[in-house]
Design a protein around this ligand. Structure first.
Ligand SMILES: *Cc1c(COP(=O)(O)O)cnc(C)c1O
Length: 229
C-alpha cells in the first residue's frame, strides 16, 4: 500500500515538474513525513525508495532514530524549542524550522558542542498566521545574514507552510511569492551560506508548490494515509 501511494506521489511530482516554467529545472526532493506513523511503516517506505524522512517532534524522532535500522536523511520540519535543541542536533541532518536568532544561536552552540556543522533552513511565515511559526518577510534578510555569521550552522534555504485554504489554488500566489524571495536570497552576499533548497508543499498542495518552484516537498498523508492520534 505504501509503495503504491509513494509511486503515485512521485508520478505527481514528475508531472508537476514538467508543468514548470522553463527557468525552473531543479530536481525535487521528496521528504516522507512519518510523524505518528510507526517504524514498520518507515521501513516499508524506505525499502520502497524513500531517502529522506521528516519528523515534527523530538521525543518521537528520538525513539524512532534509536530503533530504525536504515540509512536515511532526517529532516526536522516542526517547531523547535530551545530546550530540545541538543537532542535535535544529534538526530537531524537538516532543521527546517529556524525562525529566530535566539533559536539559531542555541542550535549553533549545541552543534559546536558535538563538532557538527548543522544544516538549517529558515522558516518564513509569509501569510502572517498567528497559529504558525516562521519569521515575517520584512525581517528575513536580517536573520539570514545573522545565521550566516554563526560558525556551526550552514544556511541552505527557506521553508514555508501555506495556510489551509479551502480552495487549494489559493496557495499558488503565495508559493510564487516564496519562489521570488528564494531567487532574491540566492543573490545575497553570504559568507558560508549555500542557498539550494526551497521547502514547501504538503499532501494537499505539493503539486502546486512544485509547479511554483519548490525543490523539497514534505508529504505525509499522501504516502502513509491518515495519521492515528
Ligand atoms: C505534518 C507536516 C507535513 C505533512 O503533512 P501531510 O498533510 O500529512 O502531508 C508537512 N510539513 C509540516 C511542517 C508538517 O508539520
Amino acid at each position: 500500500m505504501i509503495a503504491e501511494r509513494l509511486q503515485g506521489v512521485k508520478d505527481n511530482i514528475k508531472n508537476a515538474a514538467e508543468n514548470r516554467s522553463s527557468e525552473k529545472k531543479d530536481d525535487v526532493l521528496l521528504i516522507a513525513v512519518t510523524k505518528n506513523h510507526d517504524v514498520a511503516a518507515m521501513r516499508e517506505a524506505i525499502d520502497a525508495g524513500v531517502t529522506d524522512i521528516g519528523e515534527n517532534r523530538i521525543q518521537e524522532a528520538k525513539e524512532k532514530y534509536a530503533t530504525l535500522d536504515r540509512e536515511v536523511t532526517w529532516h526536522l520540519i516542526g517547531h523547535l524549542q530551545t530546550n530540545k535543541v541538543k537532542q535535535a542536533v544529534k538526530i537531524f541532518d537538516i532543521i527546517h524550522s529556524v525562525d529566530s536568532l535566539h533559536l539559531a544561536e542555541a542550535i549553533n552552540n549545541a552543534a559546536a558542542g558535538i563538532n557538527k556543522i548543522q544544516k538549517v533552513l529558515v522558516q518564513v511565515n509569509l501569510a502572517k498566521e498567528d497559529s504558525k511559526s516562521g519569521i515575517y518577510e520584512e525581517d528575513l534578510d536580517e536573520l539570514l545574514y545573522k545565521v550566516d555569521e554563526l560558525a556551526n550552522l550552514q544556511l541552505m534555504g527557506l521553508m514555508c507552510i501555506a495556510p489551509n485554504y479551502e480552495d487549494v489554488e489559493e496557495c499558488r500566489p503565495l508559493f510564487a511569492k516564496m519562489y521570488k524571495i528564494f531567487q532574491k536570497v540566492k543573490e545575497m552576499d553570504f559568507k558560508t551560506a549555500n542557498i539550494l533548497y526551497l521547502s514547501m508543499g504538503m499532501t494537499h498542495d505539493y503539486q502546486i508548490a512544485v509547479e511554483e518552484g519548490a525543490n523539497m516537498v514534505r508529504v505525509g498523508t499522501g504516502i502513509f494515509g491518515p495519521r492515528q492520534y
